[in-house]
Design a protein around this ligand. Structure first.
Ligand code: AMP
Ligand code: GLY
Length: 431
């Protein structure tokens, strides 16, 4: 079987690496891919938001399965266009992907299907937004409705700050993404991510993961796309997982299907584990990055059958078989450490050389996924993004996985890079 995988981040490198190990797979084609993915299959230089270019590429390659990694092409409706051309696609329709692309859409669905989430209001004008704010208590959670590259959420400590933020957002701080605003109740608790592979009816639940969004050790400093992750996350106990299935995933999937927009692909459920139980922080229409890297590293079985059946339908009733193929019961504790360019998530230098990636990957249990790398004409690996490498490891215990990942980090010579040194701290502190 031939696969076309769309994307170029660490998430996609991990997916390509995992899918290429399946006995079902001959070639994983990537668009646009990255230097790490280049070692796995042919990469084609078509950007993820070039819908026409990607359709042309698919018609040329004629893959048996297309896997869409990031949210941008999903929000542009790439799945629908490819499905209309007869391709089997892993990734939700444009309508279903609105669970990520529009916070107002997502909140309205949760309310309709009775899914626990923070109380909220939706606004396009400042006066009613500020009036609503005064019915809430601090801290105030303000969210741009649309996709804002992970920057569209502001948590304001005071009314003055929140008022000013409302004015800024509604006057175009995030362009059209913040023309509509969601104001939410602040939820207290610990966050985790649950990933559900689904064809819209049946569902397979992967082990829960936890991301580290803040840039600094001890969860300090500004938010980032994610500085590291680990799985399984013990905060999602058996009981919490059962509640996520029963109270969140099942009513969402059933409701979306009933309303004529079945959700196919992977549903990322960002939860807050509150004293009252799990509540939804957000949905995403794709795997998390860097959560995907630890899931792919920790899974000992084959993920391709689950992805394929989610794309083609017929998952319901086959969950047990697919879980056996995934070898979910043998999942190995895993961790990933993000190496980022100094200055990230602010401005940073590009084009600095990185050495030792091969040496890091040779350490027992370690795999280095590329996120923002480039190769110079002389073959030297260069940094080209904010988040550059994901040093990922599995082990018999999370402690072993984390130690291996940091051994990998220490084998890499990149003076212009940095990482957090406390990935996994919540789980390690508990054990
Ligand atoms: P989102 O993009 O909606 O996931 O929000 C980004 C981050 O803001 C989340 O990962 C949480 O850490 C935080 N956050 C968002 N909504 C809330 C909320 N209602 N209560 C507390 N924290 C929140
Ligand atoms: N790691 C957070 C995300 O992928 O949205």
């Amino acid at each position: 079987m031939n696969i076309l995988l769309i994307g170029s981040g660490g998430r996609e490198h991990a997916l390509a690496w995992k899918m290429a190990q399946s006995p079902l797979v001959d070639v994983v084609h990537c668009a646009p891919g990255n230097p790490g993915m280049d070692d796995i299959g042919p990469c084609f230089d078509v950007p993820v938001d070039d819908v026409d270019g990607l359709v042309k590429l698919a018609l040329q390659i004629e893959p048996d399965l297309i896997v869409i990694g990031p949210e941008a092409p999903l929000a542009l409706g790439l799945s629908d266009i490819l499905r209309a051309r007869g391709f089997d696609v892993f990734g939700p329709s444009q309508q279903a992907a609105q669970l990520e692309a529009s916070k107002a859409f997502s909140k309205a669905r949760m309310v309709k299907y009775g899914v626990p989430t923070a109380a909220y209001g939706e606004f396009t004008d400042a006066a009613p937004a500020k009036e609503f704010l005064r019915s809430m208590t601090a801290p105030y959670v303000l969210k741009a409705d649309g996709l804002a590259a992970g920057k569209g959420v502001v948590i304001a400590a005071t009314l003055e700050e929140a008022d000013a933020e409302i004015d800024e957002m509604l006057s175009g701080k995030f362009g059209s993404a913040s023309a509509t605003l969601v104001i939410e109740e602040f939820m207290h608790g610990e966050e985790a991510s649950v990933f559900v592979i689904t064809d819209g009816e049946g569902a397979i639940y992967l082990p829960a993961a936890q991301d580290h969004k803040r840039v600094g050790d001890g969860d300090t400093g500004p938010n980032t796309g994610g500085m590291g992750a680990y799985a399984p996350a013990p905060v999602v106990s058996k009981d919490i997982m059962a509640r996520v299935k029963r109270e969140i995933a099942e009513p969402m999937l059933k409701g979306m299907a009933k309303d004529g927009m079945p959700y196919q692909g992977v549903l990322y459920i960002g939860i807050m584990v509150t004293p009252e139980g799990p509540k939804v922080v957000e949905f995403n229409a794709r795997f998390g990055d860097p959560e995907c890297q630890v899931l792919m590293k920790g899974l000992q079985g084959d993920i391709v059958p689950a992805i394929l059946i989610a794309a083609t339908g017929g998952l319901k009733g086959n969950e047990k078989d697919l879980e056996r193929l995934l070898e979910l019961d043998r999942f190995q504790p895993s961790a990933t450490v993000v190496l980022a360019a100094k200055g990230y998530p602010g401005s940073y230098e590009k084009g600095t050389p990185i050495k030792g990636v091969k040496e890091a990957g040779a350490i027992d249990g370690v795999t280095v996924f590329h996120a923002g790398t480039d190769v110079a004409a002389d073959g030297v690996l260069l940094a080209k993004g904010g988040r550059v490498l994901n040093v990922t490891a599995s082990g018999k215990t999370l402690r072993e996985a984390v130690d291996r990942a940091y051994a990998g980090v220490d084998a890499i010579d990149w003076p212009e890079g940095f990482c957090r040194r406390d990935i996994g701290w919540r789980a390690l502190g508990q054990s």
